[in-house]
Design a protein around this ligand. Structure first.
Ligand SMILES: Nc1nc2c(ncn2[C@@H]2O[C@H](COP(=O)(O)OP(=O)(O)OP(=O)(O)O)[C@@H](O)[C@H]2O)c(=O)[nH]1
Ligand SMILES: [Zn+2]
Length: 202
């Protein structure tokens, strides 16, 4: 059976729930939390939560690689690192559906073409707006750029705070998790890796 971990796109459920089913689930959650879903302040909350989750999870509705289909070749022979640094993003952890808030640094070493720089952030958001673990998010962004841009190297570093650790459970605010994926030149050549990490400020 295929899973998101083996690189296959996530399959949508066979039968999508209708908004009223989602609202009923949220009413149950409110009762589980100990409150009354019928009181004035909460009465519209289930519908809001249903809409909000469509936003948090809108990455499921896109294939992030489409953002890399338009490339430019007239770059005056530029063949050094291209880095998009400190890209803020939000995601949700697949274990608790709690926010993951952080920033990503995405770099690549072009071979013969470059991509519009905003597209790297679009790829990140396309994968982040799903239920994630940070390791897979990092790998998916790097693999997508590697496969669709075919550059000489890709480096992705993500630093993020997980609300499931800060706001509950072990309760350790301020802890950041760092993950990285180095591919091609950045993996094989220590000097290139050091150069890109220095540019990222890591
Ligand atoms: N590796 C990894 N772990 C994550 C990520 N997001 C959340 N987690 C962890 O996922 C784990 C889930 O562990 P479980 O023991 O099944 O869940 P739990 O009983 O709620 O654990 P606690 O969070 O320790 O209370 C926790 O240790 C979380 O900190 C992530 O992106 N990557
Ligand atoms: Zn979590």
């Amino acid at each position: 059976m295929s899973t998101p971990d083996d690189g296959d796109p996530v399959q949508p459920p066979a039968k999508l729930p209708v908004p009223e089913e989602v609202a009923e689930a949220v009413r149950t959650l409110i009762r589980w939390a100990g409150d009354d879903p019928e009181r004035e302040g909460l009465v519209d909350t289930p519908a809001r939560v249903a809409r909000a989750w469509k936003e948090y999870a809108r990455g499921y509705e896109e294939d992030p690689s489409v953002h890399l289909s338009r490339t430019f070749e007239e770059v005056g022979g530029y063949d050094e690192i291209v880095l998009l640094k400190d890209i803020p993003f939000q995601s949700h952890c697949e274990h608790h559906m709690a926010p993951i808030i952080g920033k990503a640094h995405i770099a690549y070493l072009p071979r013969d073409r470059v991509v519009g720089i905003s597209k790297l952030a679009r790829v990140l958001h396309g994968f982040a707006r799903r239920l994630q673990v940070q390791e897979r998010l990092t790998a998916e962004v790097a693999d997508c750029i590697w496969e669709h841009l075919q550059p000489q190297g890709v480096a992705v570093v993500i630093e993020a705070s997980h609300a499931c650790m800060t706001a509950r459970g072990v309760g350790t605010p301020g802890v950041m998790m760092t993950t990285s994926r180095m591919m091609g030149t950045f993996r094989a050549d220590e000097r290139s890796r050091k150069e890109v990490l220095a540019l990222m400020g890591c």
